[in-house]
Design a protein around this ligand. Sequence first.
Ligand code: GDP
Ligand code: MG
Length: 441
Amino acid sequence: MLDILKNGLRAALKKIINSSGVDEALIKELAKDIQRALLQSDVNVKLVFGITKNLETRSLNENPPPGLSRKDHIVKILYDELSKLLGTDKQFSFKPGKKNKVLMLGIQGSGKTTVTAKLSKFLTKQGYRVAVIGADTYRPGALTQLKTMCEKSNIEVYGEENNKDSPQIVKNGLKHFENSNYDIILIDTAGRHKEEKELLDEMTRISAVANPDLVLLVIDGTIGQQCYSQAEAFHKIVPVGGIVITKLDSSAKGGGALAAAAATGAQIMYIGTGERIDDIEIFSPTRFVGRLLGMGDIQALLDMAKRLESEGDEERLKRISHGKMNMEDFYYQIEEATKAGGLRNILDNMPGFSGMIKEDQLDQTEERVQKWRFIIQSMTKQEKEDPDLLNASRIKRIARGSGWTEHDVKELVKAYKNSKSMMKASKGRQMQGMLRKMGLG
Ligand SMILES: Nc1nc2c(ncn2[C@@H]2O[C@H](COP(=O)(O)OP(=O)(O)O)[C@@H](O)[C@H]2O)c(=O)[nH]1
Ligand SMILES: [Mg+2]
């Protein structure tokens, strides 16, 4: 789904992650790459410029929160801005103890009937009792299509084969279900009219009869940014409560469709991702963007950064950020990093690392941390405070004391030195860099 957009965004992200440092040129390049990826996906030019401008100014002007590297911070900003582009994470909830009437709107071929059937099953699985009214009196075989799709999941469908009066059918259907114990009634409508105005008139009349709790506008995602004007036209006649974007599996313009739908201010509630009955998902901008960018839940990373900061001994942090980290501080850093949920957890939540660390590499790292623990414990207090004291004979002694080789001790000293200079350069923020120097990156 949305492969071109996904690949474009990920390629841009990779550049940031693989770069040696972040500067204005790199940020500008990132903005350009993101622009290109979004435009290719038919996102409206104005929206694209808005987002990349925010990305640039925020990346250049905002300081990363403590514990977060500059790179991670930029990734976070990108994530924020893309999520914002796709709307808010508000969820609609059906009211308990009443029949929630959901009116499906949209032009012919947008996927209304398919979504109606998909939703009836989806909501049933969530524990709701769902029934359907078929009020498409234009398309030949519309009712049969609806019934066939709903039958498979044992959903009751009300319809009248020979009645052409759709508001009347809706009225009769609601009466039919009046004394039932259904929680949700989905109403599928027509979309086939020569004149758009006629369709809109019919919807106005159906809406008056149905008095819906939720109006769901179904839009074909392959039309891209045109979603905006389509949604506007419908919204003018019946206030749209939520939008369903369909055919995201087959659309190169899906990003544009989602952004345009979100720009109307209505919430995108569901997305259709295929022709099969189960190809429907609740839409959450943050989760969706996380998936597009291929990162774990970035919130976990931020939480961890915060935790490290608040738990950290201030003197120690000051020492570290002033480039005066000693071996004990280094040990503390490693312990903190592993304590906060395990390396696997950290790395899975680290933008760019997610899925990149192989299991055996991880085992190796845990082994290495364990080894370093023993080695550091074999150092004298003096040596820990001033690792520059570690000459050949001391290294030999420590190796013997810890049960590891001199080579292992030297490796630790090297990692410590690297980490120290990096912490100094980034004023202590470079946690990711530290992990990388531990052989993970
Ligand atoms: N690939 C794909 N096709 C879909 C999706 N949703 C609907 N369709 C197809 O779009 C066509 C029109 O759908 P339909 O539900 O009849 O649209 P309606 O006229 O609005 O009721 C059908 O061939 C569906 O199989 C989707 O999410 N992905
Ligand atoms: Mg239909």
